[in-house]
Design a protein. Structure first.
Length: 402
């Protein structure tokens, strides 16, 4: 058992947005270190949703809104994937009238409501001294808002897409790349058996890192990414050439979900319904690419059609246990957050830059965008990663700050 000192204060943790492997290890690292330093630790449930729904009344049952964390609780979850605190895409600054909690409905009656004042009061009611949100650019953009309102925040970046600005690495990215490579290699056997083109759709709304890194590692012949609108005839030509030069007569392309066709091409959505941050659900670019490649294949294959295997990897790459990097980095990030808190420092984002752990101003999250540098890292003629030298490059090559 930890030797808990006299209580110094209360630290709260929340996880928002999509789940990734590595969240529970981060929660564990923060909790154990904080308890040993004399803090109480609260886990806020369902991202910003739990603290939004909280009722400031001693008689109210808020047991589903937050959890007092102990070493026993976090040790059980610390080696697993997902987040035992649960998650949501709640955005307290933009709450539709229909989603305003009942106990606020007399006060907030607009079609869209900013409940940030209630969030701040709820945090104060719980006696929270420091808040550690773990999330991607959406979750952390709201953390920036709270910090501007006086809440003491130290943030931790996570997202499979690895597109949070200011850091070379976000929790979940390594496991996503690992899973993608594994699944590419698994599906190769079927593609080779049937002599087909294999089209795999992966996550990546605005940034193509999850398609680029597996392709660079040899999992695919080509990749198409959101940062560059691709010509489908060129892609088909390259894939048929790759297939016909392969002794097993197959080829592989990875398609980011946000990839777009040249010309008037736009992102392809599975639903027009948008989440709290204005994002409609992407998905389907792999279906369209597959149909087009099959249709165009005779043009590049002596008049013979080539069939296509189409697979959306989706949630398979974000489920399950974290790999080694997503077990180690969250531990380090959690301790970095505590280092800052113990020094009384807040308004920071813990980061990895140039192979070293560091921290940056939290508003870096909203000050810029992080995408693949096409000129430096993507060969638009070959539709695959490009590099001149690996010397002095970050671990994941094109994910560093440009």
């Amino acid at each position: 058992m930890a030797q808990v000192k006299k209580k110094k204060g209360t630290i709260a943790i929340l996880t928002g947005g999509g789940d990734v492997p590595g969240l529970n290890p981060a929660i564990r690292a923060i909790t154990i270190r904080a308890l040993r330093e004399g803090y109480q630790v609260l886990g806020l449930r369902r991202g910003w949703g739990g603290i939004l729904d909280f009722v400031r009344d001693k008689k109210a049952d808020n047991s589903d809104k937050y959890l007092v964390l102990t070493e026993e609780i976090v040790n059980k979850a610390g080696r697993t994937g997902g987040t035992f605190l649960h998650t949501s895409r709640t955005r307290p600054s933009h709450v539709p009238k229909i989603n305003v909690p009942k106990h606020y409905q007399d006060k907030y009656k607009s079609e869209m409501n900013d409940l940030t004042p209630e969030i701040i009061k709820n945090l104060e009611y719980l006696g929270i001294d420091f808040l550690i949100p773990i999330g991607g650019d959406d979750t952390l953009s709201y953390a920036v808002r709270l910090y501007s309102e006086g809440v003491k925040i130290v943030a931790i970046p996570k997202t499979m897409d690895n597109d949070v600005p200011g850091t070379d690495y976000c929790i979940g990215f390594s496991t996503c790349v690992t899973r993608t490579i594994q699944m590419c290699n698994t599906l190769r056997t079927t593609a080779g058996s049937h002599e087909r083109v294999l089209v795999l759709e992966v996550f990546g709304r605005y940034a193509g890192f999850t398609a680029m890194l597996p392709t660079m590692a040899g999992a695919a012949n080509r990749c198409v990414i959101p940062e560059y609108k691709f010509d489908i005839e060129k892609l088909t030509s390259l894939l048929i050439k790759d297939r016909n030069s392969n002794p097993s007569l197959y080829s592989v392309v990875l398609a980011s979900e946000g990839a777009m066709f040249a010309g008037d091409g736009e992102m392809i959505y599975r639903s027009v319904e948008k989440d709290a941050y204005g994002h409609a659900k992407l998905g389907g670019i792999g279906d369209v690419i597959s149909a087009k490649v099959k249709e165009l294949s005779p043009k590049f294959n002596h008049g013979k059609r080539v069939n296509v295997i189409n697979q959306q990897l989706g949630y398979l790459v974000r489920g399950g246990d974290p790999d080694a990097i997503d077990s180690i980095v969250p531990m380090a990030y959690g301790n970095l957050a505590l280092d800052l808190i113990l020094k009384g420092i807040h308004g920071r984002l813990v980061v990895l830059r140039n192979g070293r752990y560091d921290n940056a101003p939290i508003d870096v999250v909203t000050s810029t965008n992080k995408k693949v540098d096409v000129k430096r890292h993507y060969n638009t003629d070959r539709l695959r990663p490009y590099y001149k030298s690996f010397e002095f490059q970050p671990l994941f090559i094109m994910t560093g700050n440009q």
